[in-house]
Design a protein around this ligand. Structure first.
Ligand code: NAP
Length: 331
């Protein structure tokens, strides 16, 4: 492995933070080497993909692993096609690869920033599709047993923007994911933004991908221009009775019923109701276009963004009695 000392870290929030050690990983065996190095020195480890879902509030005192393996292989069966994707692959490259081959299943997840290895960690989701819907199996290094393992979807314990990897962030290092995609059309167009596509006569995964690209460019700030990490908070899921009580006090409160008498509330609505949309504080701010996206207006300090997030959490809690949980990992 190629090891460097005291390295500046790149994340889409573009705040300043350094790693004490930084390892470029080009093959699986180097993961074992890097973890052994950390265990020997009793320092923590951290895998950073494209840094699109992390907020660094201080220097990292251990070793950062950057996985660079990025091959995609295709196995065709009669009813489905398995795409095996190495962790370092850029996620949208995978979506575009599948769309070019007319394979269905991940087109709604187009243009989500980040690497393929990070996608299962928070079970990325958009427009009614979640990664868990297509995961066939995945390969990971178990830092506890010091072995490579293959996990099926049940073992990954996927939930709404979560998984076993998010619950135990230091245990497994995902090296590849196998996705089961369909050669026959399976459009998922239930979200209102995609309604105009419902009347189309000849839909392709590529057309859905492009439409989603246009919607996202309209709604979400481009991290290359205005540093951000996408949705900062998860949409809270509450009991139906609690949601009904709240709705009596706030008649406009939206809610989407999901399984087991639970209701998902759009966090963006709660944040906007509390007056945060477009607000700025100490170089950090809330996007004027999307209240769920915190943006860096020029601070080098991750702490300023974390403090803004805390203020938002406090005011949403004070108003609605709901504690917003960050989707972004804060370190
Ligand atoms: P939107 O369409 O304005 O909807 C607002 C919220 O309501 C969404 O968060 C969505 O929850 C929920 N929602 C809307 N229609 C729904 C339906 N038919 N059934 C169930 N829930 C529904 O959302 P948006 O902010 O423009 O985002 C569009 C999609 O892209 C969403 O799925 C969102 O999660 C995803 N996205 C993810 C990120 C990220 O960084 N993770 C960033 C931007 C957008 P869900 O979030 O559960 O879908």
């Amino acid at each position: 492995m190629q090891l460097r000392y005291d390295v500046p870290l790149t994340t889409t929030f573009r705040v300043s933070a350094r790693a004490r050690w930084y390892a470029e990983i080009r093959e699986e065996a180097e993961i074992q080497e890097a973890i052994a190095f950390a265990k020997q020195r009793q320092i923590p480890w951290l895998v950073i993909g494209e840094g699109s879902n992390v907020l660094l509030t201080q220097n990292f005192p251990g070793i950062v692993l950057h996985l660079q393996m990025a091959r995609i292989t295709v196995e065709s069966g009669s009813a489905s096609v398995i795409l095996t994707v190495e962790a370092g692959c850029h996620w949208h490259t995978v979506v575009a690869f599948a769309a070019r081959r007319h394979l269905w299943g991940i087109e709604n997840l187009a243009f989500i920033p980040g690497s393929a290895g990070a996608a299962p960690v928070q079970n990325i989701g958009a427009y009614g599709v979640e990664l868990k819907d297509v995961v066939h199996r995945l390969r990971a290094y178990d830092t506890q047993t010091e072995r490579f393992v293959v996990l099926d979807p049940a073992a990954c314990q996927f939930g709404y923007r979560t998984s076993i990897f998010k619950e135990h962030p230091d245990r497994w290092i995902i090296t590849a994911i196998a996705l089961q995609l369909s050669p026959t059309p399976r459009p998922q167009l239930t979200y209102p933004d995609l309604a105009p596509l419902r009347a189309a006569t000849h839909l392709t995964p590529g057309a859905i991908m492009e439409t989603i690209g246009q919607i996202r460019r309209r709604k979400l700030p481009d991290p290359a221009q205005l540093p951000n990490a996408g949705s900062f908070f998860k949409n809270p899921i509450v009991d139906r009775t609690f949601w009904e009580q709240l709705r009596r006090r706030f008649p406009q409160l939206p809610g989407f019923p999901i399984a087991q008498n639970r209701v998902k509330i759009p966090a963006a609505w709660l944040i906007e109701f509390c007056g945060w949309k477009g607000k700025r504080r100490n170089g950090a701010g809330v996007s004027p276009h999307h209240a769920l996206v915190l943006v860096n207006y020029g601070t080098s300090s991750g702490k300023a963004i974390a403090e803004l997030a805390e203020h938002i959490q406090q005011s949403v809690f004070h108003t609605f009695g709901i504690l917003l949980e960050p989707e972004v990992r804060i370190l």
